[in-house]
Ligand binder design. Sequence first.
Ligand code: AHR
Length: 336
Amino acid sequence: MSFERARLMAIVLGCMGVVACGGSEPAADEGTTCEGLPPLELKDTYRVGFAQLWEDHGPWRDANTASMRDEALARGYDFEFDPGTSADPAEQVGRMQDLIDMKVDAIFIAPHDETVLAPSVVQARRACIPVFVVDRAVDTQIAIPGEDYVSYLASDFRLEGELAAEWLIEATGGEAKIIELEGTIGSSPGVQRKQGFDELIADEPGMEILVSESADFNEEKGYEATLRLVEEYPDANVIYSHNDAMSFGVITALEELGKVPGEDILVVSIDGTRKAIDYVLEGKIGVVVECNPKFGPVAYDTMLDYARGEDVPLRVNNVDRVFDINNAADYLPEAY
Ligand code: AHR
């Protein structure tokens, strides 16, 4: 259903507390329940809440949280954020509930689990708080785009996988025996980075994935998987790792095994952290496809567009780049 149609339907159906849809309507009263996208008043300042999936203190996640916080504070907004203490999605459900109870003006959520967090998005909408989904997707069978949340802002994870494959086909002349380290099972970047990569190499008979398993976007798990899989698959000459954190574990493991990363085994990574770019410049990583974590500006610009009553797309795509030895040094000043 289109954004406009969703808004119209919500206006037609009405809200239990007589709250119409659209960005510039007055804010809902205490106790009202919104049956469509909640209104957001156009104001000078806002109290925004950010439900991060959880603070694992990796460079990507830290840069993501910092961008959301710094941009909010630069605009004079109040920023409500609880880093959480565990990777259990149920804890993020609790943190979403806290933001709903605080009655913040708008919620930005990076859902750890697409399905577990979807009812929280619906609950925020019912509490008349506009929700913007960022980074990870939410289950659209449960939380309907344009009805339960305003927009989904993210990288095109599938394209990231395609860009990684494109670079690798070019670099290897279409001949590679690949160990693939996937991200968190069921996560949108994990699933789609695999899909995009697989689709592109499907037409290349010389590109073979020997083994593909999850290392959960985690450095330690990337390290352990590499130690084991390089022994099990001695023919492998490429490791395609779905994020930089796992790639750091890959490099450590390869060096421990007496392999030279970049010579014995080519490493393909995704994110764009400073450490990964340093590895590119040292020749240890062949390519890093960017996954830009700096959502702050586009997130709050989208919120303001919504408050002004402008048409907000259901999907806002971040533009990602590709860094290899030819351009990594140019990117270094903005790396995180
Ligand atoms: O959702 C974005 C991904 O999540 C990043 O690639 C990764 O580093 C993080 O864990």
